[in-house]
Ligand binder design. Sequence first.
Ligand SMILES: [Zn+2]
Length: 85
Amino acid sequence: MNLFIDPQEADVVKLGGGNLDEAMKSQIDSAITREAEDRWRCGVRKCTKLFLEEKFVRSHIQKRHKDWLERLSLEVTLGQSTSNM
Ligand SMILES: [Zn+2]
C-alpha cells in the first residue's frame, strides 16, 4: 500500500525550508565516520578527533566547526537558489 504519505515528508515538501536542513544534515552525516561501536570520528577538514558517541561528535561539530557549518549552509543555500532558477 503506497497510498499513505509520510506526514513528515509531506511537510518538508510543503514548507520547502526543510530541504535546506536535509542537505545540511546529509553533509554533516558524511563528515562523521563510525569506525566502531564506540568510535565516531569527526572528518571536518583536517579534524580527526574521535568520540565515544554520535551525539558527542555532533555537538563537537556544532561548537568547534561553526565556520564550516556557516560555509556549508551558505553553499547549500546558494546551490538551492541556483537550481530553482
Ligand atoms: Zn572536528
